[in-house]
Design a protein around this ligand. Structure first.
Ligand code: G6P
Length: 614
């Protein structure tokens, strides 16, 4: 999703801005742009192509400057087009005084647009962002910091902005509310930076200040100043400088064709790292206060979006069957807006790869506002907002995930959620020493078991050819493999654009069976568990209607290949941890189908990696 980089320095910062944008590219975007202070004015370059193309344009046009802002845009208001790309300028193209980039959504933009039009401002884009640029210009009276503070008081919605002004060449102002923004304290010449993510500044500085909601920051050479909004005014605040070793994001592909494939194959390592050093189950794995909190809770509420939501749905089966604790899983964007019955003895668990998903953060804050103070996050980014907002945390060690379609983040989330299940079970005296030993043994063996599953890739590639000719696919699973079916369908639709739906197999005859004919592939997850015989009956229902079955069966589930029934055998049955293995061939199926369809696998159309707007 949208990314921001900004710099004020005593050297040409254009290459730093471009490099920062490249580091944020993996989040997904559809246009990009840069504006710098040059020759006493504002110089701008924008593109609807890749950052590399923007870079060429900048070099050809000799765009250079000591102060500048840059942006990758993921369209919300207005189509992806150059005139909608950021930076936006004000008051006009011929007289550019203010240049601004923005992440987030301004909800009262229509009302502000009407007001600014009446004052004579002419709009060149359909974006909500241009409203902020004009607003800052309107309030500008020789002090950009004051103008931005006045402007943000008028905004409703979410924003992270970076602004500079032609008349104050060595100054950048940033502000945030609801969208992430960090400041980087430079290591040479008093330079300072802003970015939507510390990763964008890797290689430039690791001295990071995490700005908080309502903060406005004034960046100059050798100094900066942060104020935070209190009512209709602002008060000086100190925000700590942290040393952050952000990954560069410029990960190497190695022998792989795409990051998604690389990340699928990294799963044995990622799970191994996530579970590294765990000799026994103890609540302290989640934080110092975990014992006290786990002891006091009588239920769990999981909040998440996308793939992380499906990890939560899987964990519900574990938490209720092993820890015997009532568990509810909610899509964050739904929970935050519905009336619910709060329970202060609930452990609120957010699951997020990025730790920055706007809806999940808002749902967490909503739960807290209802008096639920026991909060825990399972997150892949230790410096993220989600980790900072929660009392307890478990950091998965998947490593940077570049592919928009989440893979290794999902399986490491499952590993962490299983640990959480065992820890809560232990505190509630529902885990014997023998069970603990057995579960830990199974978890330690996961990397080896995953390697064996990855070896199935050639068989999955053969199936993928069949899927490229299809327009729809059904995924079936039962019990804790139903969320895995959901995740398999999500993967396929995200990257191959083939319509896919998942159903708990028992629901087939209540609707989706009407869709089944010889054009409908039905992917079935068939572990050898207590539901396997019921699943076999569901498969018969599909075959009787001419549907073609693609079955991922365990070694001993006695499902044989025959006409219309294709079977790939999983190397071993893995008991309650089976979802972690069964999702992997579904990731591979989606990946190879997408490759055969020729889509942009790592950056599927219309999607973003980190969804920092509502
Ligand atoms: C986006 C990504 C998904 C991800 C979801 C939630 O939609 O494309 O891969 O599952 O956001 O993101 P989070 O970072 O909170 O896990």
């Amino acid at each position: 999703m949208c990314g921001i980089v900004a710099a004020v320095a005593q050297r040409n910062i254009v290459s730093i801005l471009v490099e920062g944008l490249k580091r944020l590219e993996y989040r997904g975007y559809d246009s990009c742009g840069v504006a710098v202070h040059q020759h006493g004015g504002v110089r701008r370059a924008r593109s609807t192509s890749r950052v590399a193309e923007l870079d060429t344009q900048i070099q050809e046009d000799h765009v250079e400057g000591f102060t500048g802002i840059a942006h990758t845009r993921w369209a919300t208001h207005g189509v992806p087009a150059v005139h909608n790309a950021h930076p936006h300028i004000s008051p006009s193209l011929d007289d550019a005084r203010v240049a601004l980039v923005h992440n987030g959504i301004i909800e009262n933009h229509e009302e502000l647009r009407a007001e600014l039009r009446a004052k004579g401002y002419v709009f060149e884009s359909q974006t909500d962002t241009e409203v902020i640029a004009h607003l800052v210009d309107y309030y500008y009276d020789n002090d950009l910091f004051i103008a931005v503070k006045q402007a943000v008081l008028r905004l409703k919605g979410a924003y992270a902005i970076a602004v500079f002004c032609r008349d104050e060449p060595h100054r950048i102002i940033g502000a945030r509310e609801g969208s992430p923004l960090v400041m980087g304290v430079g290591e040479q010449g008093g330079e300072n930076f802003l970015a939507s993510d510390a990763m964008a500044l890797a290689g430039v500085t690791n001295q990071i200040v995490y700005l908080e909601d309502k903060d406005v920051v004034d960046l100059q050479i050798g100094k900066y100043w942060v104020e935070s909004r209190v009512g209709d005014g602002f008060a000086r605040v100190d925000r700590p400088v942290r040393t952050v070793y952000a990954h560069s994001g410029a990960a190497e592909l190695g022998p792989y064709r795409h990051f998604m494939q690389k990340e699928i194959f990294e799963q044995p390592r990622a799970i191994g790292d996530t579970l590294q050093g765990i000799e026994s189950i103890t609540p302290e794995l989640f934080g110092d206060d975990a014992y006290k909190i786990f002891k006091d809770i009588d239920s769990v509420l999981i909040l998440a979006c996308g793939t992380s939501y499906y990890a939560g749905c899987t964990a519900k089966y574990w938490l209720e069957s092993i820890a015997k604790i009532n568990t509810q899983v909610e899509i964050a964007s739904e929970y935050r807006y519905r009336d619910s019955v709060p329970n202060p003895k609930t452990l609120v668990v957010t699951i997020s790869q990025s730790g920055e998903t706007a809806d999940t953060i808002a749902a967490l804050k909503h739960a807290r506002s209802l008096g639920m103070e026991y909060t825990l996050t399972i997150c892949n980014v230790s410096t993220s907002a989600m980790v900072r907002e929660c009392k307890l945390a478990y950091i998965t060690r998947a490593g940077v995930e570049i592919g928009v379609a989440s893979t290794k983040a999902f399986t490491t989330q499952l590993a962490a959620l299983f640990l959480l299940t065992l820890s809560i079970a232990q505190v509630h005296n529902r885990l014997t020493d023998e069970q603990e030993t057995e579960y830990l043994r199974s978890m330690r063996h996961l990397p080896v078991a995953l390697q064996a599953v990855l070896a199935l890739e050639p068989q999955v590639i053969a199936w993928a050819q069949d899927f490229t000719r299809k327009h729809h696919a059904l995924f079936l699973g039962r019990g804790m493999h139903y969320p895995i079916a959901l995740e398999g369908a999500l993967k396929l639709k995200e990257i191959s654009y083939i319509h896919a739906e998942a159903y708990p197999a028992g629901e087939l005859k209540h609707g989706p069976l009407a869709l089944v004919d010889d054009q409908m592939p039905v992917v079935t997850i068939a572990p050898n568990d207590t539901l396997v015989d019921k699943l076999k009956s569901n498969m018969q229902e599909v075959r009787a209607r001419g549907g073609e079955l693609y079955v991922f069966a365990d070694a001993d589930s006695k499902i044989e290949s025959q006409e219309g029934v294709h079977v790939i055998r999983m190397p071993e049955h893995y008991g309650v941890l089976s979802p972690i293995l069964h999702v992997v061939p579904l990731q591979l199926l989606a990946y190879h189908t997408a490759c055969a369809c020729g889509t942009d696998v790592d950056k599927p159309r219309n999607l973003a990696k980190s969804v920092t707007v509502e």
